[in-house]
Design a protein around this ligand. Structure first.
Ligand SMILES: [Fe+2]
Ligand SMILES: [Fe+2]
Length: 503
């Protein structure tokens, strides 16, 4: 067993009268308790000034355990990264411990609050993960959060290339990602990765009236990872993750439902719209795959004009199955908002045996940025409660977890709060279709599947244009990606589920 204290966002100022009650309380506790080492995930100082760094080195010396410290966006203000290297230590590095390794990477951009692990650092991280692939516990630490957090206001400053990092960590079986930055403590499980966000250890800027806190990580010899959020009031939130075993499942029983999920057809007369590819995909769906429901996750047309909607209907009327289409931001540009309603109507809840499909509008007109809104979030929470007995599928345009190869540009403004509603409400499946690439993972108990583009040349998917085929069995979901032109399949994910099915 190994115990790590995870502190973050101390925001130490250079004030000669600097004194933090919370900092002293927490570091005293850390010194007293049985920790093997301590990780500080950045924003050590408030402005990256020399006097602050000097004060910080004094304060950090109060911790009498091995200490890993990494830079946050506040530390690199005013070219503070130079001082960080001189007075604290390297911006990137590796700390080895019994049975494991911490690889920390500088995710800051001078003078911006946003995060990025750029090309060079990304390759450096990849190399280290390859080098330490045999370690039982692989921990990656960076300042910025990887998964949208609740209660942070507008979702922003997530790593620009969060999807790439997430993909990399999952590919290399990283067990734990530790970060800070938003001053909101949180723990998520993403597949077999525990994402541990520390709150704010010792500055006044806590959110929603919260108090200072730090996290206690316990690595058990059998591979279990325990994270405890410990607030200075003594209140604790605790989560235990057992590694998934086995990782490959065999579905049992008959298939209950087959869904085809597509997105970003972008029907238009522009050269980027691949008419033949879409025709082919539809033929494949009708003749070979024969799903129970076809879902289109937005951007049916490239622009919200009548001619494009007319054209789109020619394609989608050919699909012989029931359809559920939610709008993307392209669909509601220009007069698209009215045209969508005229041609397709308001997306409505689809009920099918034990399944219920709940459409959520996330697109706004004339901007790729999405929002569900606080009222929308309440609707979702209400639905998940109301349909608790059913298999609930949320259908929306904007991705809720970062997508590899897609920068966080057309992000969902309130992704953190929406994700929280979905995971707390234990949605059985979430289908999204933004970012031009396919991705699927299970977060907490909820599989989230994003569709790439079915027929638009401007996508970010090395597999080409594709759509997803999702089969639901009594105890698991099996998702494939199907190449639009060739019909070849690639496994996207297999997730064990506890679905509310009878028998
Ligand atoms: Fe901070
Ligand atoms: Fe920060």
């Amino acid at each position: 067993m190994l115990r790590i204290a995870h502190i973050s966002d101390t925001h130490i100022t250079g004030d000669s009268a600097y004194k933090s009650y919370a900092y002293d309380l927490i570091t005293n506790e850390i010194n007293r308790l049985n920790f093997d080492f301590v990780i500080h995930t950045g924003d050590v100082t408030n402005q990256g000034l020399r006097e602050e760094y000097e004060r910080a080195t004094y304060e950090l010396k109060k911790i009498n355990k091995p200490l890993v410290v990494l830079p946050g966006n506040h530390d690199v203000r005013n070219v503070g990264y130079k001082l960080f290297e001189d007075l604290i230590g390297p911006l990137n590095g590796v700390y080895e411990f019994r049975g494991g390794v911490v690889i920390w990477v500088d995710s800051t951009i001078p003078d911006l609050s946003d995060g990025r692990v750029g090309g060079h650092k990304f390759r450096w991280l990849k190399k280290r993960l390859e080098e330490y692939s045999d370690r039982k516990f692989k921990i990656v630490a960076a300042h910025h959060h990887l998964i949208p957090l609740p209660d942070t206001g507008r979702e922003r400053n997530v790593l620009y290339n969060a999807g790439d990092i997430l993909g990399l960590l999952l590919l290399h079986d990283v067990n734990l990602y530790v970060c800070g930055h938003k001053h909101v403590p949180n723990i998520y499980r993403v597949e077999d990765l525990v994402v541990d966000n520390a709150g704010c250890t010792s500055c006044r800027k806590t959110r929603r009236g919260d108090v200072n806190s730090y996290n206690i990580i316990t690595l058990h010899d059998d591979g279990r990872i325990e994270v405890r959020i410990r607030r200075i009031t003594g209140e604790e939130v605790h989560k235990l993750h057992k590694p998934l075993r086995p990782k490959i499942f065999v579905p049992r029983g008959e298939r209950l439902l087959r869904i085809v999920q597509m997105s970003e057809s972008n029907v238009s007369d522009r050269m980027y719209f691949r008419r033949k590819v879409l025709e082919n995909a539809i033929r494949l769906i009708n003749e070979k795959l024969k799903p129970d429901l076809v879902i289109h996750n937005g951007d049916l047309v490239d622009m919200g004009i009548e001619r494009y909607y007319e054209k789109a209907m020619e394609f989608y009327e050919k699909i012989q199955t029931e359809k559920l289409i939610v709008p993307g931001h392209n669909d509601i540009t220009y007069l698209g908002y009215d045209l969508f309603l005229e041609y397709l109507g308001e997306p409505e809840i689809v009920e099918m045996n034990d399944f219920v499909f709940l459409p959520v509008i996330s697109a706004q007109y004339e901007t790729p940025i999405g929002v569900v809104g606080r009222i929308g979030q309440k609707h979702i929470a209400g639905w998940l409660e109301e349909y608790r007995e059913k298999f609930t599928v949320i259908v929306m345009h904007h991705n809720i977890v970062p997508i590899p190869r897609s920068r966080e540009l057309g992000f969902l403004e309130d992704a953190g709060d929406v994700l929280k509603v979905l995971t707390d409400g234990e949605a059985n499946l979430v289908l999204t279709g933004h970012g031009g690439n396919t991705f699927g993972l299970k977060i907490e108990k909820t599989p989230v599947v994003n569709a790439g583009s079915v027929s638009w040349e401007l996508h970010r998917n090395p597999f080409g244009n594709s759509f997803n085929l999702i089969d639901v069995y009594r105890d698991m979901i099996v998702a494939f990606e199907v190449q639009s032109t060739w019909g070849t399949r690639k496994l996207l994910g297999i997730w064990k589920i506890k679905a509310p099915f009878e028998g």
